[in-house]
Design a protein around this ligand. Structure first.
Ligand code: GTP
Length: 157
């Protein structure tokens, strides 16, 4: 278990164990790759981030992850694997999110990308993300760097 503070000074706990905080998390976040590049979305308010969102009624977290990637980037998920889970103790609520790694095999243009401007492909994620205004706050805590280390270590990517 790794503990740190996020961009808003909320406490975050991250673990690579099997669903340590909730068996039925209400949120998902998906680190995506397409043709060797990172696939992000540009949220209209928050800026650049990996896609994700809320699990809907009657849906599994994995289904939500696949759906959110399509809705926010047009990406068709070919493979997806669970990486870990994190818990944010926010001022109002506690948010529990599953993190996945997904390989996308096709980008299909969508009529709407919902609250985002659609797909953004990057060759690399800069080390200075935390100082860069165009990146979303959800890219600015220890979740991203620890998940990237995890993926590198297990050579998933
Ligand atoms: P809506 O209900 O969609 O309008 O959103 P909301 O902003 O109330 O969001 P949500 O329930 O997703 O999150 C509540 C709070 O938890 C946010 O305002 C953030 O402070 C925090 N939070 C949500 N997701 C993350 C995340 O991925 N990382 C971090 N560090 N904090 C998050």
């Amino acid at each position: 278990m790794i503990t740190f503070k996020d961009y808003y000074n909320n406490e975050v706990k991250l673990s690579f164990d099997d669903h340590p905080f909730s068996k039925e998390p209400k949120h998902v976040w998906v680190i995506c790759k397409y043709k060797g590049k990172w696939l992000l979305t540009k949220h209209r308010e928050r800026g650049l981030e990996f896609p994700g969102g809320k699990v809907e009624e009657g849906e599994t977290a994995r289904d939500a992850a696949v759906r959110e990637v399509m809705e926010e980037t047009g990406g068709n998920v070919q493979e997806i694997s669970y990486i870990g889970q994190y818990r944010v103790d926010g001022r109002k609520d506690i948010v529990v999110k599953n993190v996945y790694f997904a390989v996308v095999d096709q980008l299909i243009e969508q009529e709407t990308y919902y609250e985002t401007e659609g797909p953004v492909l990057l060759n690399f994620i800069p080390n200075r993300v935390k100082q860069m205004k165009k990146y979303s706050f959800i890219m600015k805590d220890g979740v991203l760097e620890n998940c990237m280390d995890y993926l590198r270590h297990y050579q998933v990517r």
